[in-house]
Design a protein around this ligand. Structure first.
Ligand code: 3HC
Length: 294
């Protein structure tokens, strides 16, 4: 791509984020806020532009509200270099992959990352449904590969789950924990892989229970959200949260959970399937449980 500036040689700790969707973009800017020189890489110019525009506006709004110093904000924005060239991963100590939850796409992306990555770089996949042991054969140095799982919206949610596979070296785990802390997150280290890791395993089973209650006619969507917010202290009810995450994403996480574990608690309920089939994907498109149809 010709219209992005060339990456400058890094003087700060260097991160490459591959994938500029809702998660990848915010992870990149979060690290930039904490002093990292970041290369944000995507095959799609539109995704790169949209990630940089939306993160710039979120951070400038923080400045307007007096929550962030203007110079710090502009310095952080300038630390992110956009690129469609996988060569931009060269020189990065940490590489976070945050592309679509599709094994074939991820494998192709790892082949391209590994062509250019430094031998010492660690590669963290932000996948929520694919443990690194399902993908490690596509990575040249699998001892430097693991799951580093962020939450949406990544500029705000502080948890990062660090999940090693049997192939992951101890030093890689420690570096991933240090990286998460260095960009202002709170990492937790899992002892071993488990579908859904910690937070999603609890969250998505709970979301399914909420849907079953509504499907069973026990309560409305709005009142169920009200109940969960007030009784359990969730900042968003299960339906609002599903609309934020994307109903197609919720369905895919549940489907994959059922496929991988055979546990029926993961099998998506009918009302979710129906909404997704009708193109109602939540806030991002078509409306969802709590947002009007577009
Ligand atoms: N992206 C970035 N920033 C956002 C945002 C978004 N999608 N939505 C809101 N914000 C920002 C606002 O701009 C505002 O920032 P400011 O104070 O600097 O202006 C700040 O968040 C507060 O916004 P609001 O006052 O409008 O809303 P809340 O106080 O309700 O906070 C929230 C918003 C942090 C998103 C809060 O509602 C929340 O914590 N929700 C739960 C999110 C959650 O559970 N996420 C996990 C999802 S599961 C997941 O990610 C796993 C994956 O594998 C699918």
């Amino acid at each position: 791509m010709s219209d992005w500036p060339e990456a400058e040689p890094a003087t700060d700790p260097t991160l490459a984020v591959v994938g500029a969707g809702a998660m990848g973009g915010q992870i990149a800017y979060q690290a930039a806020l904490h002093g990292y020189a970041v290369r944000l890489i995507s095959r799609s110019d539109d995704r790169l532009r949209s990630a940089s525009t939306s993160c710039a506006s979120l951070l400038r709004r923080r400045v307007e509200k007096g929550k962030l110093d203007g110079d710090t904000c502009e310095t952080a924005l300038a630390r992110v270099t956009l690129s469609s060239d996988f060569g931009a991963v060269a020189g990065a100590a940490t590489i976070i992959e945050s592309v679509a939850e599709d094994r074939a796409i991820k494998r192709e992306v790892y082949a391209r990352i590994c062509e250019h990555a430094d031998d010492t770089a660690i590669i963290g996949t932000n996948s929520s449904t694919l443990a690194s042991s399902l993908l490690e054969q596509s990575v040249t140095r699998s001892e430097r590969f693991l799951n580093v799982h962020f939450f949406n919206p990544a500029l705000l949610m502080t948890l990062v789950e660090v999940v090693p596979g049997p192939h992951t070296a101890e030093d890689t785990i420690l570096r991933a924990m240090d990286f998460a802390r260095a960009i202002g997150k709170t990492p937790v280290r899992l002892a071993r892989e488990e579908y859904g890791f910690i937070a999603n395993r609890i969250l998505f089973i709970a979301i399914q229970e909420a849907m079953r209650l509504v499907e069973g006619g026990y309560i409305s969507v709005e009142e169920c959200d009200l109940a969960v917010r007030n009784a359990l202290g969730w900042p968003m009810g299960p339906f609002e949260l599903s609309d934020l995450v994307g109903l197609d994403v919720v369905e895919a996480i549940l489907d994959e959970g059922f496929r991988q574990t055979g546990d029926e608690r993961w099998e998506p309920v009918g009302m979710l399937r129906d909404l997704v089939a009708r193109g109602r994907l939540g806030n991002k498109s078509g409306g969802g449980f709590t947002t009007a149809t577009a």
